[in-house]
Write a protein that binds this ligand. Structure first.
Ligand SMILES: Nc1ncnc2c1ncn2[C@@H]1O[C@H](COP(=O)(O)OP(=O)(O)O)[C@@H](O)[C@H]1O
Ligand SMILES: [Mg+2]
Length: 253
């Protein structure tokens, strides 16, 4: 019979290992604090952070993407792939090694924004190739293959403005996957499309990530259309102080 030690050895390595990470944001005398006592995300896991607007979803995602610096870090380890060593992200922030953080992000992560964030003057193909060219990779067949899988191949030579909102979100997903990242972070990627299209796009996105063993962290204000996709939902709760001047969201998982 397997003992606990063997079972643990078999577990997938952790991409993210956070302990006591905090980010404070203040504006006009009102303070928001995101507190993460403990968060562990394994390679290939699909994670969902579901919550109402303003609860801190983007704040967490931006920390996981090394876009926003934490205010306090107990521990923050990052290991994108099994072949990589763990990186001490706490140390990189402390020493202000922004270039190194940026390189890690470019190399290992794709990011999907709520409104796509496509460049209006580039064709769909060039938008999707952007993450590859930033890394010095050639265009290759990856973009064409992804476009086919996302059902947008016929739009490759068009400008984003000629596409529907849902099609643009598919392009944004394609762009986040095109440089073959090991992690994709998606901030309400389907919030601007109707619920029917949202469900379809989300399931397409998760399916593509699954095939490629990509670790996914997705934020959404609606659980409904991702419930059946088998994501692990992060626990969180929000407290507001009585005077309404301080809000704290605590995320664990
Ligand atoms: N630019 C900002 N400056 C200061 N505080 C902000 C800013 N953006 C958001 N906040 C605060 O952080 C909280 C969490 O924001 P955010 O992470 O964007 O939430 P969500 O993505 O869940 O809608 C907000 O409720 C607000 O109080
Ligand atoms: Mg947000």
């Amino acid at each position: 019979m397997e003992n606990v030690f063997q079972a643990r050895n078999k577990a997938k390595p952790l991409v993210y290992h956070l302990r006591d990470v905090v980010r404070d944001r203040a504006s006009e005398g009102v303070t928001f604090r995101l507190r993460v006592p403990s968060l562990q995300i394994s390679q290939g896991e699909k994670i969902a952070l579901i919550g109402e607007s303003g609860c801190g979803k983007s704040t967490l995602l931006d920390m996981l993407a090394f876009i926003a610096p934490p205010t306090n870090i107990g521990a923050f380890m990052f290991r994108p792939e099994i072949d990589n060593d763990s990186t001490d992200v706490a140390r990189l922030w402390k020493k202000r090694h922004m270039n190194r953080l940026g390189d890690l992000r470019k190399r290992h992560m794709g990011y999907v924004m709520q409104t796509g964030g496509l460049l209006p003057y580039l064709t769909v193909r060039d938008n999707m190739s952007l993450s590859r060219s930033v890394m010095g990779l050639d265009a290759s067949d990856t973009v064409e293959t992804l476009a086919r899988e996302l059902g947008i191949a016929r739009h490759l030579d068009k400008l984003p403005e000629t596409l529907s909102v849902g099609e643009r979100q598919r392009v944004a997903i394609g762009r986040a996957l095109a440089h073959e990242p090991s992690i994709v972070i998606a901030d309400e990627p389907t919030a601007s499309v109707d619920p029917f299209a949202a469900e379809k796009i989300m399931s397409l996105f998760i399916g593509l990530a699954e095939e490629r063993s990509i670790t996914v962290v997705v934020a959404s204000h609606a659980w409904r259309h991702i419930k059946r996709l088998g994501l692990r939902r992060l626990a969180h709760h929000t407290h507001r102080s009585q005077d309404g001047r301080t809000t704290e969201t605590v995320v664990n998982g």
